[in-house]
Design a protein around this ligand. Sequence first.
Ligand code: BGC
Ligand code: NOJ
Length: 815
Amino acid sequence: MRYGHFDDGRREYVITRPDTPLPWINYLGSEAYFGIISNTAGGYSFYRDARLRRLTRYRYNNVPFDLGGRYLYLRDSASGDFWSPSWQPTQSELEDYECRHGMGYSAISSCRNGIEAETLYFVPLGENLEIWRMRVTNKRDGEAKLSLFSAVEFCLWDAQDDQTNFQRNFSTGQVEVEGSVIYHKTEYRERRDHFAYFACSEPLAGFDTQRDTFLGAYKGWDSPAAVERGESFDSVAHGWAPCGSHHVELTLAPGESKEVIFVLGYWENPDEAKFDPPGSQTVSKKPVAPVIERYLRSDEVESAYQGLRDYWSRLLGILQVQTPDEHTNRMVNIWNAYQCMVTFNMSRSASFYESGIGRGMGFRDSNQDLLGFVHMVPERARERILDIAATQLPTGGAYHQYQPLTKRGNDAVGSGFNDDPAWLILGAAAYLKETADLSILDEPVTYDNEPGTESPLYEHLQRSLRYTLDRLGPHELPLIGRADWNDCLNLNCFSTTPGESFQTTENKEGGVAESVFIGGLFVLAAEELAQIAGLRGQTDEAKVYRADGAKMDTVVREHGWDGEWFRRAYDYFGDVVGSAKNEEGSIFIEPQGMCILAGIGLDDGKAEKALDSVSDKLATKHGIVLQQPAFTHYYVNLGEISSYPPGYKENAGVFCHTNPWIMIAEAIIGRGDAAFDYYQRINPSSREDISELHRCEPYVYPQMIAGKDAASFGEAKNSWLSGTAAWNFVAVSQWILGVRAEYGGLRIDPCLPKEWERFEATRRFRGATYQISVSKPKGVCKGVAQVTVDGKKIEGNLIAPQPAGAEVVVEVTMG
Ligand code: BGC
Ligand code: NOJ
């Protein structure tokens, strides 16, 4: 069953009923000001950091779902009937409800009793504000007298404190109202130099800023007292819960439309010029006034919206494909690329499942996200790499995350995950392959954000690799530390205290837990660093890295191979994990993917065998589960992985992030049907028809789909913020379609399903445009017989970089 449909021409998903199984959300903003918005206008906004600079409130895990948002109410003065044109929060019956989630904007429209309303929400490029443009049309035969009310609830900036520290916060709230603008200025009187504003393009009939006056005591957002009676209270918040509500009266002749624009934004004044007049306590509004004025104008709003659309056309235009499969096309061309940009901006901080308080920018997560967006915004990838590296510890180790506002690393979600450093090498390599900008390697970068500790980025990469080599266990495999990619395989934790975090609790000393996965990752990273060293002319160093990699490869084959698949780890006591010897958790997906990506076992049949085992034991119709058999009880020596009921999350869920590793591995060994089959099993667009089971948005990947051991097999959770986005993009674009940036140019090396006969792609790469067509006359899945560039045959399938501005025609014949 579907709840809407794709409109690929407009790059939108169109939701046609408001009661989706879960709120289906979208993101507003692409630089510093962001928001999440659901299909019923739920969500919240923040400046840079969802925890430290939150503008509006949202009630996570609320009943009913999804409360707190960008709300508008219409009220018919004649009948007193009032409703929310976005359905929430009044949940009144609507005709023609539609929510169009697009690239950086959402538009929600509906009609009730002949009154049509459409609201477009977006953040203009380069601004720290969001626009709600509402158009109300009277489709009745007679005149309509209406009241329009807006409503947001302000968050007192620090989202964590806002939800916990009521003894203080009920006394700090402050606002100012001037003309049609409401200013939220809590704590501006003391140490903050920033405020929020909520402006309206129309003269006001009234306003409210005290939430409980606007709503009425014991009443909810579904029936605010002001809306019910059709008149604001003109309340000015002093403490309690400041909100922002405008009241606009509209009289519309039959057929008449009226546009009302609201602007919600964030502003910082220089510390020494906060007040106007100086010495007063009144917010200085002069600097922000022209910005507000500008975006309350219809023509400016329209051109900012067009600017946003052009921006996305430009970004998405960097890679466009035409394949025989519409799901592939729309994911590669639109939604998967878009999701990659969102994970770039958010890491794992703010979604319907991530509260914006719990996690910031993950070290390993952000490095992997980079793989999916580096071709679109390479200059921002550069900045991101430098930000991440600046939090690295002098040992080469890493905090697990940093806070976007301060860019400082912190161990709130743990540290000492021994895979973290290696991902920095992979992130940097992806950037270098895309751009050939070797200068980044010489950028001075701090350790632990400490000024004075700078060393070139290249040294950070060296220390990353060294970090693993300095921490080898009894089998010469890498020690796992707190955990590796699988945050929940906690082999040194031994937690028996309820509620204790598996990621931050003190590890038991003296263990020898080793990770085969990090072994594979190390082999991959060592080769990447060797290539980078080679580019710098450091050939001796490159040799050393290659030798380190080769040694680890041997160790993995020796101690990491179980006979039919790669083992997962050795635990604290040196006992094997992920082996046929284990009754539960005898095979894990991660080492199969990572070892093959690193090239281990390609020459001796191990890779093929491992992939056969995956197909045999882990693959399901809803994707490949993380391990089997699922853990049926808690294993204190394995940790959080066994805390989840079977089939969920890391305990044998389809942890989507790992599936593309298998797709890539299949593509590496040339099994195009298998690679594509796995791809389409978790492709959200291919799953649109089972939305009632899948439940999450059909336009973006979720982190997890419940596995076969779960009661709700096939149900997705944790949409949007997951390494799944980047890795699926890599799998389909670089390995299945095979269009891959390398140091020496653009490689075209597809591995396609047998029945495909051709596909086309346009790729912009280092300033030139490649019009690529691939034909597959013979039915082979892999192997390129001939490549021509502008009609001239070249050797092999690596196209040397073309001059910037050039547009070349590339014809590839497989066979
Ligand atoms: C989740 C993991 C996540 C970790 C983050 C765990 O509870 O299951 O997926 O990586 O928290 O700290
Ligand atoms: C989600 C986390 O963000 C990621 O870092 C981790 O690798 C996976 N969960 C697996 O635990």
